[in-house]
Design a binder for this molecule. Structure first.
Ligand code: NAD
Ligand code: UGA
Length: 480
């Protein structure tokens, strides 16, 4: 370990900052790691003695927090103070798609990153290595460097001018497997042009990652590699989802097609599960960012190619809600539908861009009564995502609500699955939680209103058991 590096500060205590710093603290007991955030509520939750209340659910995370918190891992709201006494600062803040102004709908909103760079510029003392952990458009490091450099000229109050090195170190963890991905990464990418800084960060990872997996590139390759990795992964999902629609029309089965193509070592078997469309906070925003960059550089055809991946995903999500309506005789108005899973994938409480949001909203527009279950997503989160609390409050008996002369749907969060299916017309599986694979379909069938449908968008339900229970069954990409 480089003798100069003693204290790391990470700005942003979110899905990336929290788990990543927890693993660094765990693997580097000689380093002091502090995660700071402007969100007081989030920091309070990170500091709660009961680790079942951490703001982020990730398998294995609570154990690390128990081991390291208060020893060499800290969570704090004191952003400026921690910047001032750190040797290395990770910027791990949100970089969502811009909602308005230049590039709205595609470009990344860098206001949080810029604000961090300004705080670092103002409060750093001595030499500081600034590490981009957030996913950023290519050449953002130039913006950060410019802000940091400018501070040298204006900071007359500081007796010694601070110095900086900027690195790009994008994160490739996936939610639900974050701890395992961090502990056993396929690779760690360090982009930069300052050899000392690169070596210092390299030494941190070397504590648990073998050196052949720590790749060094220039800054711009590192920034672009992150966007490209997400674009390629998302493209695979849109590809297999497009094939699932062809399967349904032709008598083929997408699972068989995926197995057949995945056996080709050039294609590989991972990321070929057809589902309800990709969700999560990053795939869509990162591809749109790539689209924006391509347009900015005049590469229209490149932009259109990547935009197609997002368009196919949108089409696919709509396709699922539409086919539910069609199978239920063209109307779901007043019909009770169980939604199994609201998170964008299993083993996370994250609902950002979850396909469940779009699909539920469409069904609510059609007047459905949704009973939503998810083992980790809070009711408050579903309420925020569906933004229809007003209807629900006026509609406690859960009958269709006549509001503005239009029939609108309603929803309820269900905590106990055993009571969920009474008089249901359909069950729609949207997240692949393991507990849904253990449902007893004979019991469920005895409670549902017939003719009843089970829709499995994740291929986790045994078709034979459902059909034996007398239920109609649809699953993604099954044309057989
Ligand atoms: P997040 O929204 O969960 O967390 C970001 C945190 O930064 C928030 O708690 C916010 O309050 C805080 N923040 C924003 N501005 C701040 C400031 N000026 N000072 C202090 N705190 C500030 O986001 P996330 O999911 O952790 O993603 C962070 C970045 O990592 C994004 O660029 C994302 O694209 C990238 N990324 C995310 C994942 C993932 O799985 N979520 C994986 C790889 C990369
Ligand atoms: C993804 C990438 O996998 C990470 O490498 C990356 O770091 C991260 O984005 C990021 O930059 O945020 P994540 O979004 O957490 O990670 O989860 P994934 O496992 O990639 O799943 C994304 C979406 O695709 C989910 O909705 C998932 O259900 C769906 N998916 C995934 C499929 O429909 N089929 C598959 O075969 C795989």
């Amino acid at each position: 370990m480089s003798s100069n590096l003693k204290k790391i500060c990470c700005i942003g205590a979110g899905y990336v900052g929290g788990p990543t710093m927890a693993v660094i603290a765990d693997k580097c007991p000689n380093l002091n790691v502090t995660v700071v955030d402007i969100n007081k509520e989030r920091i309070n939750l990170w500091n709660e003695s009961d680790t079942s209340n951490l703001p982020i659910y990730e398998p294995g995370l609570a154990d690390i927090i128990k081991r390291c918190r208060g020893k060499n891992l800290f969570f704090s709201n004191k952003v400026e103070e921690n910047i001032a006494d750190s040797d290395m600062i990770f910027i791990s803040v949100n970089t969502p798609t811009k909602k308005k102004g230049l590039g709205a709908g595609k470009a990344s909103d860098l206001k949080w990153v810029e604000s961090c760079a300004r705080k670092v510029a103002k409060h750093s003392i001595g030499h500081t290595i600034v590490v981009e952990k957030s996913t950023l458009p290519v050449r953002t490091a130039e913006v950060i460097k410019t802000i940091l450099e400018a501070s040298k000229n204006t900071n007359s109050k500081k007796s010694i001018n601070p110095t900086f090195a900027v690195l790009s170190n994008p994160e490739f963890l996936a939610e639900g497997t974050a701890i395992n991905d961090l502990v056993n990464p396929d690779r760690v990418l360090i982009g930069g042009d300052n050899e000392n800084a690169i070596q210092t960060l390299h030494e941190v990872y070397k504590n648990w990652v073998s050196e052949d997996k720590i790749l060094h590139t220039n800054l711009w390759s590192s920034e672009l590699a992150k966007l490209t990795a997400n674009a390629f992964l998302a493209q695979r999902i849109s590809s297999i989802n497009s094939i699932s629609a062809i399967c349904e029309s032709t008598g083929a089965d997408v699972r068989e097609v995926a197995r057949a193509i995945g056996s080709d070592s050039r294609i590989g078997s991972k990321f070929l599960d057809s589902g309800p469309g990709f969700g999560g906070s990053c795939f869509k925003k990162d591809i749109l960012n790539l689209v924006y960059l391509s347009e900015y550089f005049g590469l229209k055809e490149v932009a259109e190619f990547w935009e197609g991946v997002v368009q196919l995903n949108n089409w696919h999500q709509n396709r699922i809600s539409q086919l539910v309506v069609k199978k239920l005789f063209g109307s779901v108005s007043g019909k009770k539908i169980n939604i199994l899973g609201f998170a964008f994938k299993s083993n996370t409480n994250d609902t950002r861009e979850s396909s469940a949001i779009k699909i539920c909203k469409k069904l609510l527009e059609e007047g459905a009564i949704l009973y939503i279950h998810d083992p980790k997503v809070e009711e408050k989160q579903i309420e925020n995502d569906l933004k229809i609390t007003f209807n629900m409050k006026r509609n406690e008996d859960l009958s269709p609500n006549l509001h503005n002369n239009e029939v609108e749907g309603s929803w309820k969060k269900v905590n106990n699955l055993s009571e969920a299916f009474l008089d249901s017309d359909a069950v729609l599986v949207l997240t692949e939680w393991e507990e849904y694979t253990k449902i007893n379909w004979l019991d469920v069938a005895s409670q549902m209103r017939f003719p009843a449908w089970i829709f499995d968008s994740r291929s986790i339900i045994d078709p034979i058991k459902v059909k034996e229970a007398g239920l109609n069954f649809w699953r993604i990409g099954d044309g057989t």
